[in-house]
Structures are given as structure tokens and as C-alpha cells.
Design a binder for this molecule. Structure first.
Ligand code: ADP
Ligand code: MG
Length: 246
């Protein structure tokens, strides 16, 4: 019988490990992690550089295979899905945002936002694209290309692109890492509003102020979950991080 996560979890990791390389050079980037990301909540993931944050996020989002344990998205065990099914699932049920935005430079904002629908073989309804851009406050930038927008605007386009399919979970790997303070705040305000409207978000960050906007912060060290704080302020989160980095 398949193992199952908690019913209210957006994503469950059950005994998940991910190792890179073989033999004496092997690195266990994620080490037997049991973790549930609550539905409708914003979870931040923090830890020293190299502690496995990105690997954990990629495994949870189905971007990378695990070599031990199970990954459940909602009620679906995605661990052993064939590649084609996993790709289809990623395109429809998961959104992913990167530090470096990863927009396509030759496409306008609205073309970038339409891309996931096109890749899923759907004809994007113009009002759906317009709505996704309006939701991130960029209606007037629809025909602009990435180089004609600020970093903060590009990241908001990337969020619109990630959200246009209505994903169950939005994953973000250091989404404010390349932004100045005010652009970062705008992105975090947007994410907060999305969560308050019911979106589940899992976000890796280095910034205690960003983690303080989330509901819960999970701390990693050497590929393992070592602590969890809920409702903590930036100062408390920063102090916890310092003890891990020592
Ligand atoms: P973080 O995001 O917390 O900085 P990562 O998940 O990127 O950590 O990396 C965790 C560990 O796994 C590090 O030791 C890193 O060098 C290693 N690692 C990550 N990706 C790869 C890869 N593709 N090949 C080999 N080692 C990797
Ligand atoms: Mg990383």
C-alpha cells in the first residue's frame, strides 16, 4: 500500500534523500528528510550555503528525482511517475520562480506569461493572460520585453507566468535574491497577498526579513531539517540562522 502524507499537506516529503556523485566523492545533499508543507501556508526554507535548500525544493517540485523516500503532491505520489507524466504535472500543478527570473528575452511579458499554457497544449485566452499580469500589477507592461523592465518587474512577470496555470503550490528559490530592498518588498507583498487568498508557497531565502513574511521557517543543515519557527520576526530568524552557520 502506498504511504500517505497528512491530508492538509500541499506537499509531503517522506524520508527523502538525494545524493550527488558516487563513492568517496558522493554528497548527500538531502538526507532522510520528513517534512510537510501545509496547504494554504507560506513556508520559508533557510540554512547555510550548501545545506541542501535548492535540492530539497527541486525534489519537492518534481524537478529532480529522489533516490530514497517518497514525494506527495496533494494526494498524488509523484515519486515514480514516468517522465512524461511528471513533466505534464509540473506544467499544470506546480509553479516555479527562480532568483534570476529566467524570462525569455525575445518574448514580451504577455508572451512569457502565456508560455506554460502553450507548452501544455492549450490556447491561452487573452483575458487569462491579462488577468495574470493585472494580478501582479503589470497590466501596462504587457508588451514590454524583459530588458525594458526593472528586476522587480521581471520577477513579477515570472510570478505571473508561474501562476497562470493555477498551480497548487508555488515554489520560489531565492526570489528576492537579485532585487533591491524596495523591489524585494513588492514581491514579498505580492506573495503575502497570494497566500492570504489561499495559495500554498514554499520559498528558499537567505534573507531573514523575507522569511519573516512567511508563516513558518524551516531550517536545514547538512541536508537535514534541524529546526522550525512559526510567526517569528526577522531578528529571531537571523539569530537562529547564525547558530547554524557557525
Ligand atoms: P543550497 O541551495 O542550500 O546552497 P544545494 O541544494 O544547492 O544547497 O546543494 C547541496 C549540496 O549538494 C552542496 O554540497 C552542493 O555542492 C551539492 N550539489 C548540488 N547540486 C549538485 C549537482 N548538480 N551535482 C553535484 N553536487 C551538487
Ligand atoms: Mg540554493
Amino acid at each position: 500500500m502506498p504511504v500517505s502524507g497528512k491530508a492538509d499537506a500541499a506537499v509531503s516529503l517522506l524520508g527523502v534523500s538525494r545524493t550527488y556523485g558516487h563513492g568517496p566523492a558522493a554528497v548527500r545533499a538531502v538526507d532522510r528528510v520528513d517534512l510537510e508543507f501545509a496547504h494554504g501556508a507560506w513556508t520559508a526554507v533557510m540554512g547555510p550555503s550548501g545545506s541542501g535548500k535548492s535540492t530539497l525544493l527541486h525534489c519537492a517540485a518534481g524537478l529532480e528525482r529522489v533516490d530514497r523516500g517518497r514525494v506527495l503532491l496533494g494526494g498524488t505520489d509523484i515519486t515514480d511517475l514516468p517522465d512524461a507524466e511528471l513533466t505534464a504535472l509540473r506544467r499544470t500543478r506546480i509553479g516555479f520562480v527562480f532568483q534570476s527570473f529566467n524570462l525569455i528575452g525575445s518574448l514580451t511579458a504577455e508572451q512569457n506569461v502565456a508560455l506554460p499554457l502553450r507548452l501544455a497544449g492549450r490556447r491561452p485566452a487573452p483575458e487569462r493572460i491579462a488577468r495574470a499580469l493585472a494580478d501582479v500589477g503589470l497590466s501596462e507592461r504587457a508588451r514590454h520585453r524583459p530588458r525594458e523592465m526593472s528586476g522587480g518587474q521581471q520577477q513579477r512577470v515570472a510570478i505571473a507566468r508561474a501562476m497562470v496555470t493555477g498551480p497548487e503550490v508555488l515554489f520560489a528559490d531565492e526570489p528576492t535574491g537579485a532585487l533591491d530592498t524596495s523591489a524585494a518588498r513588492a514581491v514579498l507583498d505580492l506573495m503575502r497577498a497570494m497566500v492570504d487568498a489561499g495559495q500554498s508557497i514554499v520559498m528558499v531565502t537567505h534573507d531573514p526579513a523575507a522569511a519573516a513574511r512567511a508563516d513558518t521557517t524551516v531550517f536545514l543543515r547538512d541536508g537535514r531539517v534541524v529546526d522550525r519557527l512559526s510567526g517569528a520576526d526577522a531578528r529571531t530568524i537571523a539569530a537562529r540562522l547564525v547558530t547554524l552557520e557557525g
